[in-house]
Design a protein around this ligand. Sequence first.
Ligand SMILES: NC(=O)c1ccc[n+]([C@@H]2O[C@H](COP(=O)([O-])OP(=O)(O)OC[C@H]3O[C@@H](n4cnc5c(N)ncnc54)[C@H](OP(=O)(O)O)[C@@H]3O)[C@@H](O)[C@H]2O)c1
Length: 238
Amino acid sequence: MPLDFAGKTVFITGADGGLGRCLVANFAAAGAQVIAATRSGAAARPGLRTLALDLTDPASIAAAATAAETVDILVNNAGVNTNGRMFEPDSVASATAEMAVNYFGTFNMIRAFSPAMRTRRQGAIVNILSILAHVNLPVCATYCASKAAAWSLTQAARAELSAAGVKVYAMFPPVLDTVMSAHIPGPKMRPEDAAAEILQLLRDDVEDGFIGAAKDGYARLRADPKAVEKTMAGRIAS
Ligand SMILES: NC(=O)c1ccc[n+]([C@@H]2O[C@H](COP(=O)([O-])OP(=O)(O)OC[C@H]3O[C@@H](n4cnc5c(N)ncnc54)[C@H](OP(=O)(O)O)[C@@H]3O)[C@@H](O)[C@H]2O)c1
């Protein structure tokens, strides 16, 4: 069933981030009632219904989940990327921080918000992952691992919630022109364009959505699954 956003209540995490702001704008423009969750609790734009949410704090998630009864679509968008390699001195701390938000944050939000959706036998959960859920780039090794874990969890959630009429979507963006990837040279997708594409994929009921250049990237990965690994090994060795 294609998703229609008019009159739906959409809860978006990381709503003041680069992609989050664009998702807020696009869902609002499509007629949705948006609940914006930001870590600070500050509104991502004037007049927006906003609440404070720290995904690393179980009490904060529990407080946010008091809104769950009214939520039709949960968008797990917040994310952390420390851009670290696995043998750096602080990589355990980096990996822990990324897992805390990208994996456990998503995990705990699904656990907190899905019971109300199950009861109403309707709803949708949208996990913003990354093309790097499908391949590891050693320059951000621990981030990739956290997104792969979140993708694995997404598959479990989809199977668990399917019979209750709750849809679970995975969105895989390419590099985006946001703070998270500010240090990366080369072409980047505008978050406005990524958000628009995400909404269209949801309207079209595409469960696994590859955004922009991620579509071609994923096709190349499927054709030669070890290509990136070999290329990176060659680069690191040289
Ligand atoms: N940028 C890319 O190249 C790229 C590519 C593929 C996928 N993605 C994914 O797209 C999503 C959005 O990323 P973005 O590019 O918009 O990055 P961004 O601008 O850095 O936004 C990330 C958002 O996550 C929030 N966040 C971080 N830790 C949090 C916590 N503990 N609790 C609640 N919120 C927290 C941040 O809040 P604060 O501002 O308070 O820190 C911020 O609003 C992420 O899941 C990211 O992994 C990004």
